[in-house]
Structures are given as structure tokens and as C-alpha cells.
Design a binder for this molecule. Structure first.
Ligand SMILES: Nc1ncnc2c1ncn2[C@@H]1O[C@H](COP(=O)(O)OP(=O)(O)O)[C@@H](O)[C@H]1O
Ligand SMILES: [Mg+2]
Length: 341
């Protein structure tokens, strides 16, 4: 019998709850320091205790996972804590396309896939000397917004970069990717693409609360100017959003273009969950500043289903449960190889 495994962080609770609801045995690869937290939840059947998540690459973990016929559900923590070659070296089958995770981690590859998807994207800048308007400097990989900053000109950039280098958060220019800041209402669009049915399902939208940029709005402008602060974009939590219904057509069109582009650029494409992240402007046009090629933590909002999944399913369907359902469907069709790498 197949079991579902994931790393203990990010969206592990939602994923394993969904797997349990679909009848799977659930396994949590859990850092010893977090065992007490996760032991509170009855739907986790087995724990593989580790000192570091990197141990999933090692034989001991691989053996336990193999004995259980486990499939790993990848999420942001896997990408944040391991580099692409390490992820690719994991012997346990990974849900979705593990090769596309490299395209998520490398900002230049990421841009290429977004261009191929014909998404409207903010201009990226080859170097700080090109900064003309409001620009965001972001680190590579899923750094979670820590050490990202805004700059309006080269001088400003250098001052902030140097402070972050002194604080030991970044090494220097090589860690930063510069992109025009896109103004509008942020929206993180959550999708699931089924390789088995060929259908794209729009699952929900969230907004992110990022510290301390989202706290700044509570301070009057005068004090904002006076505090010597480089706001960062470290995500703290998520809140729900529904879109104007007239935007949905474009939501599906963008998702479909992304799925098609992924098929062309990085076989076997984009089976499973992904997220397009960006802002809507005053004309309802979406500019995507990035994507995640796996489940995002914003789906944690919808453990009992979202305003969109409820229209597609007559039962509570979280993204975690949808993943488990796909595994179940693939098993019954003898097509597991279509949904894992
Ligand atoms: N071009 C941009 N315009 C406006 N906001 C941006 C832009 N790029 C990133 N952000 C903000 O920074 C946050 C983190 O950036 P993102 O590219 O999503 O990096 P990560 O890979 O760490 O999630 C976003 O959630 C958003 O708030
Ligand atoms: Mg992001």
C-alpha cells in the first residue's frame, strides 16, 4: 500500500490530513525539536525523526520511506533547505515534477518559464546601475522574503545592500535579483493541474502578510521617514481573497499557458499544484512577479475547501486532499509514473 510523506513544516498538517482523509498511511519527516508539536495531531501515523531535513537524502530515511512505499509531497521547506541538485538526488518518488523545482529556485530560469508562458512580468534589471524607478531586490531560492528590499536608485541600493551584507544576511550582488516593483493588489493564484484528466483546476486565492513591510502602513508617513528601517518581505501568514468573477477567465488562461509552457521547457511539465504570484492593476490586468511549482502555504487557509474548490467538488477538498486523490486515481489506473518523478 502506498503512503504519503512530507517534511514537518510549511503545509505538512494540511497535506497529511488530506492524505488521511483519502485513506493513506501518513508519514512525517520531523525534526526532533518539533516532535512535540506534531504529536498533537492524530492523523499522522508514523514519524521519521531527523536532526536536519537533509537526511531525507540519506539511506536510512530512504529505506524507511521505501518500506512504506512512500511518495514525498514537496513544499517550500524542501526548496528553502536544499539546493536543486540535492532535491534531484532524493531516491524516494516525489509528487509532481522535481526537475521544475530548479526553475523555481533560479530566478533567471524562472523568468524564462514565465516569458514562455506569455505572462506579463515586471522588467528585471541586469545591475543596480539600471535602477530608475521603484525596484525590489530579491534573493534566489525560496528565501521567504528575508533580506529582500526596495530601492529607488543605485545609491540607495548600495546603502541597503551593504547593511544586509554587514548583518550577514546576504553575501553581495551575486545573491540578489533586481525587478521593477509592480504596484497593485497582490494575489496568489493557486492551481492544480491533473496530468491524468488533462484538466486545470483553479483552487483558491490568498494574500500574504509579510513582515515588516505590511506593518509599515500602520505608521504615519512622518515616522516612516524617521525610522532607519529596511523593510523586508518575510511571510508571516495568509488571508483569503475571492476575485471578481470576470477575472476568472484570465486566471484559467494564464494557468493553462503556464502548464503548456512547462511541458515544452521542462518535461514532464507541471503535474500537480502550483501558484502564480503577482498583482492586479487598476484595469484588472495581472502582472506575475513569480511562481511556485508546488503546493504553497496559502492553501492552508482552505483545509475544508475554498470558495473555488467547493464549486468543483461536492465535498471538502483541500489542496492536500486533492494531491492524495490524484495519487489514488493514478493507482487505480496503474499510472503512478505519470504523477511522480
Ligand atoms: N516585482 C514585485 N513587485 C511587487 N512586489 C513584489 C515583487 N516581487 C516580489 N514582491 C513582494 O516580495 C514578496 C516575496 O517575493 P517573491 O518573488 O514571491 O519571493 P519568494 O521566492 O521568496 O516567495 C512577494 O510576496 C511580494 O510581496
Ligand atoms: Mg513568493
Amino acid at each position: 500500500m502506498t503512503s504519503i510523506a512530507t517534511l514537518g513544516s510549511h503545509c505538512a498538517l494540511q497535506v497529511l490530513k488530506g492524505a488521511k482523509d483519502e485513506g493513506f498511511k501518513t508519514i512525517l519527516v520531523c525534526e526532533k525539536r518539533r516532535e512535540r508539536l506534531y504529536k498533537r495531531f492524530q492523523f499522522i501515523d508514523e514519524y521519521v525523526l531527523v536532526d536536519s531535513f537533509k537526511e531525507v537524502m540519506e539511506q536510512r530515511c530512504a529505506n524507511i520511506l521505501k518500506e512504506n512505499n512512500a511518495i514525498i509531497i514537496p513544499h517550500g521547506t524542501l526548496i528553502a533547505q536544499m539546493d536543486s541538485s540535492e532535491i534531484e538526488s532524493i531516491k524516494t518518488p516525489i509528487f509532481g515534477n522535481k526537475w521544475i523545482l530548479r526553475w523555481e529556485s533560479d530566478r533567471n530560469m524562472k523568468e524564462k518559464l514565465m516569458v514562455e508562458s506569455k505572462l506579463k512580468i515586471p522588467q528585471s534589471l541586469p545591475g543596480p546601475e539600471h535602477i530608475k524607478g521603484l525596484t525590489i531586490a530579491k534573493r534566489h531560492g525560496a528565501a521567504g522574503g528575508k533580506g529582500y528590499f526596495l530601492a529607488t536608485n543605485q545609491e540607495d541600493y548600495i546603502k541597503k545592500r551593504d547593511k544586509l551584507v554587514r548583518d550577514g544576511i546576504i553575501r553581495g550582488d551575486q545573491d540578489l535579483y533586481l525587478q521593477e516593483y509592480a504596484l497593485g493588489v497582490s494575489a496568489y493564484l493557486q492551481y492544480f493541474y491533473s496530468e491524468l484528466s488533462g484538466e486545470l483546476e483553479f483552487f483558491g486565492v490568498d494574500r500574504r502578510y509579510e513582515s515588516d513591510i505590511d506593518g509599515l502602513g500602520r505608521i504615519p508617513a512622518q515616522e516612516q521617514i524617521d525610522v532607519d528601517l529596511i523593510p523586508s518581505f518575510n511571510v508571516v501568514g495568509n488571508s483569503p481573497l475571492v476575485l471578481r468573477e470576470s477575472l476568472l477567465e484570465d486566471v484559467y488562461a494564464m494557468g493553462e499557458r503556464f502548464v503548456d509552457a512547462a511541458k515544452r521547457l521542462v518535461a514532464p511539465g507541471m503535474p500537480g499544484p502550483f501558484c502564480l504570484e503577482g498583482v492586479y492593476d487598476e484595469n484588472g490586468k495581472f502582472t506575475a512577479f513569480e511562481f511556485s511549482a508546488r503546493i504553497v502555504a496559502g492553501t492552508n487557509l482552505y483545509v475544508d475547501g475554498s470558495p473555488y474548490s467547493s464549486l468543483l467538488y461536492n465535498e471538502p477538498m483541500s489542496m492536500g486532499r486533492r494531491i492524495a486523490r490524484e495519487v489514488k486515481n493514478a493507482e487505480s489506473k496503474n499510472s503512478i509514473s505519470k504523477i511522480v518523478t
